[in-house]
Design a protein around this ligand. Structure first.
Ligand code: HSE
Length: 434
């Protein structure tokens, strides 16, 4: 580093970027004292799309530019903060910064999860680190917890609620009985969902974060193409009600589990979780991550997974980390070339399966005999009579199934679907015991 006060370049000055500016203004002195002077910092360049936009916070006009590459090329900038999002322009910016030896701080989970292999290769080659605390669970210090505090552990499992928007929507569907479209609209009106909510609700925002946690925990970059992801778009109020009748809540859970054979199981999907499990009480837009280390046992990290203050707080912690850089502190770099993931068909849990069926004698027996043929045990059934329509021709029939590999369940359900009593495709949720 060439100066005693480190120059920061901010690419992007939206909610998070301006939050970073605000924290450095408010707590710059405190940060300097806490880092024994090694993290004295000032923002020297800010790249934005539109110079005419009115901005609060008092950043001087002369710092602003519309030329993104200036935050990399300006000789007074020594650490580059990428907060523009997306996977193309942001990739080029980060790659350019690393190539000229400037450490990068980013909150861009999609970029790292999808193109991390390329970026970490450049990071290794140039001996220049990438820090990304803000990419997972907003203000919760989960990356440093995994990388530093839990470094002496094999990570046996990570279970996270790491998309606040989905968690909010599912909670409103549970507590207020809203349908999915109404709950989504509420989340958007409150500003929780991203402007384009696709990644929030299709599970990929959470999956990107899980990929990063899993990669740190297991040392190899998990290929997003091999990760099983389902979102919450198809969750119905009926299944949420049945879940509740049976003692469960529906949560979008991201799981990274180390199998005994060395393979890693990673999946994100709406799942049934006992109402008594600690993650069941994570409400609204809050996030939580439960990590089990072989020596630490279980630790729970809970907090705000999005928003200006929490996310900017994580960016600033990375800036301090970058300021303390030495050759031996490269943040995260994969240290195994590959590892193996468990095929989704080999992953086993218990299941809730709801069949919509014609109400005729023998339908339970028909379904049960197919399940039995595939060696799938039934632990319970649930089929409340519709009080408003007790003589309906159709009923909802829930089977709770003992643990079996997902592939076997799929085969059995394909056969059940051939029965003439089924009026629509079965609905499946995993029951997670964690
Ligand atoms: N949109 C995300 C969420 C926050 O709802 O949790 C940023 O990843």
């Amino acid at each position: 580093m060439s100066c005693s006060v480190l120059g920061i370049g901010l690419a992007g000055f939206g909610t998070v970027g301006s939050g970073v500016w605000g924290i450095l203004e408010e707590h710059g002195g405190l940060i300097e004292s806490r880092s024994q002077g090694s993290a004295a910092m000032e923002v020297r360049k800010i790249a934005v799309r539109d110079l005419s936009k009115k901005r609060e916070g008092g950043a001087p006009a002369e710092l602003f530019t519309t030329n993104l590459m200036e935050v990399v090329e300006d000789p007074l900038v020594e650490i580059v903060v990428e907060l523009i999002g997306g996977t193309e322009v942001a990739f080029n910016l980060i790659a350019a910064a690393l190539k000229v030896g400037k450490p990068v701080v980013t909150g861009n989970k999609a970029l790292l999860a999808e193109r991390g292999a390329e970026l970490f290769a450049i990071s290794k080659e140039t001996n220049t680190p990438i820090y990304f605390e803000a990419a997972v669970a907003g203000g919760i210090p989960i990356i440093k917890a995994l990388q530093q505090s839990l470094v002496g552990n094999q990570i046996e499992s990570i279970a996270g609620i790491i998309n606040g928007t989905s968690n909010y929507i599912l909670q409103r569907m549970t507590e207020a009985g809203l349908g999915y479209p109404e709950a989504l609209k509420e989340a958007k009106d409150l500003g929780y969902a991203e402007a384009d909510e696709t990644l929030d609700v299709n599970g990929w925002d959470a999956a990107h974060k899980a990929i990063l946690l899993g990669s740190i925990a297991h040392g190899f970059l998990i290929n997003y193409k091999n990760v099983y992801v389902r979102g919450i778009e198809k969750v119905t109020p009926l299944d949420i009600k049945f879940a509740s009748d049976l003692g469960y809540v529906v949560k979008l859970l991201s799981l990274v589990i180390a199998n005994k054979d060395g393979r890693v199981e990673i999946r994100t999907q709406p799942s049934f979780l006992s109402k008594t499990h600690i993650l069941a009480s994570v409400h609204g837009v809050f996030n939580a991550v439960a990590i089990k280390g072989d020596h630490s046992g279980e630790s729970l990290f809970y907090g705000r997974g999005a928003g200006q203050g929490p996310t900017a707080s994580s960016v600033v912690s990375d800036l301090v980390e970058a300021a303390r850089i030495s050759e031996t502190n490269m943040g995260f770099l994969p240290y195994k070339e590959h590892g193996s993931l468990v095929d989704i068909d080999d992953t086993a849990t218990s299941y809730y399966v709801r069949f919509s069926v014609t109400d005729r004698p023998g339908v339970i027996a028909d379904i049960a005999s197919v399940l039995a043929k595939h060696k799938i045990g039934i632990s319970g059934t649930h089929s409340p009579v519709d009080a408003d329509n007790p003589d309906a021709d159709f009923v909802e029939m829930v089977f709770l199934l003992h643990s079996c590999p997902f592939g076997r369940l799929k085969q059995a359900l394909a056969e059940v679907e051939n029965l003439d009593c089924l009026t629509s495709r079965p609905v499946v949720f995993r029951i997670e015991t964690l």
